[in-house]
Design a protein around this ligand. Sequence first.
Ligand code: EPZ
Length: 436
Amino acid sequence: MTDSIRVHGGRALRGEIHVRGAKNFVSKAMVAALLGSTPSTLRNVPQIRDVEVVSSLLSLHGAPVDYDVETGVLHADTSNLTTADAFQIAQHAGSSRIPILLCGPLLHRIGEAVIPDLGGCRIGDRPIDFHLDILKKFGAQVEEGPDGLYLTAPNGLKGIKYELSYPSVGATEQLLLTAVMAEGITTLHNAAVEPEIKDLIDTLQTMGAIISVDTDRSLTIEGVKELRGFDHTALTDRIEVGSWACAALATKGDIFVRGAQQRHMGYFLNVFRKVGGEFDITSDGIRFYHPGTELKPIALQTDVHPGFMTDWQQPMVVALTQATGLSIVHETVYENRLGFTGALNQMGAQVQLFRECLGDKQCRFGQLNFQHSAVISGPTPLAAADIEVPDLRGGFSYLIAALAAEGTSTVSNIGIIDRGYENFREKLTALGAAVD
Ligand code: EPZ
């Protein structure tokens, strides 16, 4: 498969597509399966590269995975786990950050774990300090080796009291995946409470874990000695749903997203409505469409749940280039997630970046010299260009820009998009896009 796509833009996307399970839950549920001494079944699993990556990581550790693309049903047999070496893990993980989440489950099940040098989308520094601190507090011993970090737990893992300085999704997952089988009680304050985390908690509960969620972002976990496998259906990928919704808006289109669930899209739907987008909610999915009149500018800040997701920001910025007036976007989750707008400007957009916090939330990046606020002036017609995908969500956003632009664009490095958007080429064709 070639790593670029030609997009003959200027056509409205119209039709229906189906979005399956959330990348950012499915990968974690597969890791949770490692905690179970009996096999697990996960349903609604999309065919994306991150699923392939975690499948190979599980297989490397002696847990064979069987995935049926048509039905989306994935079985993992985690009854007998073995050790894998850092070099092999790094080779299979590629740029994924998932290996760090395997640590808690592997320490419980086989007493050792390895973290190779980690990748992930280049949207900021993306440190792993919270993860390591949590693992060490539970009692893990961490040693640096030639290919990465080697972890053991000679005295077992014991429950902790922990407070996150920022409600990190990954760190909350790390703590959950470690605490469920640690000895005694663990409490976490300032936890992330994203729907994908709620689904992970439900999955762990199915396995026999005891977890309670308080109203003030606190979690309490009572460790148990053994967990069994699960049978669970993944929640829909709300980031993919939002991305297609923005594609409908930017191309003046009309897309029915089968599988979209209103309860996970609340903030997005409010913003979509304020920009002037229309939607119809049904029990099977959500239809997103352009109103046929001018789009309106908005002021927007990304935030942790229940705020506007950072992952919706990039596709929404492309849609805002078509709104009449000045829109303001303040990115408060990642310090470097607006760099993708440079290519939009080359296509004719008018996006200006600022170091200041342009919003009432004083975020962590305010005094730190990061260009993390944007002012978008629209509407600007977009012209075709040759553009290279910088990261997963930025990449899909470039596709949206190319679809909205007059003329033929070449978008390269699109392999990254396969990490999180199932069959996006086929879906584009189904929606009437001219791509080859
Ligand atoms: C998850 O990343 C998602 N990835 C991201 O989606 C998503 O953008 C992010 O959560 C926020 O919702 C997966 O689930 C695989 P974080 P994660 O820990 O867990 C800082 C996508 O496109 N931080 O909540 O890595 C960090 O630098 C991806 O699907 C530390 O400082 O995100 C960031 O500023 C991109 N130290 C903030 O916390 C740490 O040890 C939030 O990161 C960990 C994080």
